[in-house]
Design a binder for this molecule. Structure first.
Ligand code: CDP
Ligand code: CDP
Length: 224
């Protein structure tokens, strides 16, 4: 059967990584979590005390390290060189600086090249902020996922509570609002819906409903 590439973009907590992983598994495709790559660089920058505002220093740090994404049933296992950073890249410290790290053009150019390499054989589902616009502008299926900011913060809060991670709804809401602002207003490839992307508001949709709809859309493209 023909293989396609699928781009899923949208703001934090819209459900991108959850549905991208399930869709990839159903299609037998590879799921690539591009946000994890920016988080891995942010993690390394914190460790090395590199200023998140210093684009050239971040680029040389990025060139020094190897970021690897290993597909697993629960998502991508993330390595920086030989260190498993899968859990650490979700820390509040990383979350607080990642949208500053992702502002720099030199960082983005290098990340985009890596992501395009990972998708070159097709049969991939990538999720992020600029997949449909910059990473895979030729993707056969582009989805732009949305949900209200309150619903997205609630989802993150509930996820933390389920995992036993201390969580405060108000500060999650504040973090998501701040990242939305930085991600949508940055100069280089801001978070914006690609012209040919299909918008899906998931505020009142279950995960299963979103995956089913995406699967139908993917199969239409695969069969065409
Ligand atoms: O999972 P969550 O929505 O919290 O964020 P993420 O997908 O892990 O991405 C973390 C941050 O990386 C985002 O807030 C963006 O600043 C940046 N990012 C980006 O600029 N471009 C991408 N393709 C993916 C993530
Ligand atoms: O990757 P992104 O930041 O867009 O969101 P996510 O990490 O996939 O989803 C955030 C949380 O919302 C997860 O705990 C999902 O299980 C949940 N979710 C949901 O409740 N309903 C949906 N339609 C999608 C995700």
């Amino acid at each position: 059967m023909k293989k396609i590439n699928i781009a899923i973009d949208g703001p934090a907590g819209a459900g991108k990584s959850t549905v991208a992983r399930l869709l990839a598994s159903r299609l037998g495709y590879v799921y690539i979590d591009t946000g994890a790559m920016y988080r891995a660089l942010a993690w390394k920058a914190l460790q090395r005390k590199v200023d998140p505002k210093n684009g050239p220093a971040l680029l040389s740090l990025l060139k020094e390290i190897e970021i690897r994404l290993l597909p697993t049933e629960r998502g991508n296992q993330v390595f920086v060189n030989d260190t498993d950073v899968t859990t650490d890249i979700r820390s509040n410290e990383v979350t607080a600086i990642v949208s500053k790290i992702s502002q720099h053009q030199e960082v983005r150019t290098s990340m985009v090249e890596r992501q395009q390499q990972l998708a070159r054989h097709k049969g991939t589902v990538l999720d992020g902020r600029d997949i449909g616009t910059a990473v895979l502008p030729e993707a056969e299926l582009k989805i732009f996922l949305l949900a209200t900011v309150e619903e997205r913060a609630k989802r993150r809060h509930e996820e933390n509570c389920q995992k036993g991670i201390p969580s405060d709804y108000a500060s999650i809401l504040e973090d998501i609002k701040q990242r939305d602002e930085l991600d949508t207003t940055r100069t280089f490839s801001p978070l914006v819906k690609a012209k040919d992307a299909i918008e899906m508001d998931t505020t009142n949709m279950s995960i299963a409903e979103v995956v089913e709809r995406m699967y139908e859309l993917a199969m239409e493209r695969i069969r065409s």
